[in-house]
Design a protein around this ligand. Structure first.
Ligand SMILES: NC(=O)c1ccc[n+]([C@@H]2O[C@H](COP(=O)([O-])OP(=O)(O)OC[C@H]3O[C@@H](n4cnc5c(N)ncnc54)[C@H](OP(=O)(O)O)[C@@H]3O)[C@@H](O)[C@H]2O)c1
Length: 229
């Protein structure tokens, strides 16, 4: 790959997705950052990086919105496609106490929609490029403790869907990364989380860089350590 590298970060209005966009911009990349509504944070970042940040609207739960994004990006090359969007609902609940719709919303936003977005956007990424999705340490079935049980199940479902994706598209030549960023203080992670954004995201970007050109699916933490499925 020659010239300026491009990252497409889906779900970059705030939190970890915003920090990923900012980190890649700081490293000299071009970034296409998506938000489903107006993001003052992204607008401010665009003022700092007017030549290298582009903001695009997309709601990953709306297939036609993702298809429209794909159309708008026709002819573009994306070196790293990163699906960050995710939600957490009813983190303390179990199936007996949760509202069914909250669980279904998490399955849609955290598992089904990210993998559909990858299916719809994958041909923007040339062989040798990278597709990442924000999973979580909590998506590991082997390490499950019951903590954030319903959210954790949606991330395990994401991992499973990507296993299937990787098997189907084994000859794409993409590095496929299910990323566990650590427990981070964002709106979702909450104030008790162990890490600041600055302690997580630069390591995540280093890890993605270390996987450049290494085709195949890996479930890894921010230090590039493999996690048990
Ligand atoms: N924070 C942690 O400790 C932690 C740990 C492990 C994994 N993760 C994962 O990391 C990712 C980011 O988490 P975060 O902590 O930064 O959460 P956050 O602060 O709540 O941000 C979530 C982001 O996802 C976007 N989003 C949600 N639903 C969307 C949709 N349907 N279409 C497009 N964008 C959508 C949000 O956009 P809006 O502004 O429009 O709502 C926002 O940009 C998530 O996948 C999360 O599960 C977080």
């Amino acid at each position: 790959m020659t010239g300026q590298s491009t990252a497409l970060v889906v779900g970059a209005s705030r939190g970890l997705g915003f920090a990923l966009a900012e980190e890649w911009l700081g490293r000299g990349w071009r970034v296409i950052a998506t938000a489903r509504g107006r993001s003052d944070q992204l607008e401010t970042l665009a003022n700092r990086f007017p030549d290298s940040l582009e903001i695009q609207p997309v709601d990953i739960n709306d297939g036609s919105s993702v298809r429209a994004l794909r159309e708008r990006l026709s002819g573009r090359r994306v070196d790293v496609l990163f699906i960050n969007a995710g939600i957490a609902r009813e983190i303390e609940a179990s199936p007996v106490s949760a509202h069914e719709t909250d669980f279904l919303d998490m399955m849609l936003t955290n598992a089904f929609s990210p993998v559909r977005a990858v299916e719809l956007l994958r041909d923007l990424v040339p062989a040798g490029g990278t597709i990442g999705i924000m999973s979580s340490e909590l998506g590991s079935i082997a390490h499950a403790t019951g903590f954030w049980q319903l959210y954790a199940s949606s991330k395990a479902a994401l991992n499973m869907l990507m296993k299937g994706y990787a098997a189907k598209h084994f000859d794409d030549g993409h590095a496929l990364l299910l990323v566990a960023p650590g427990w981070v203080r964002t709106e979702m992670g909450g104030g008790d989380a162990a890490l600041s954004v600055a302690e997580s995201i630069p390591r995540v970007v280093d890890m993605i860089e270390a996987n450049r050109g290494l085709a195949g699916l890996r479930y890894v933490d921010r230090f590039n350590n493999p996690l048990p499925w």
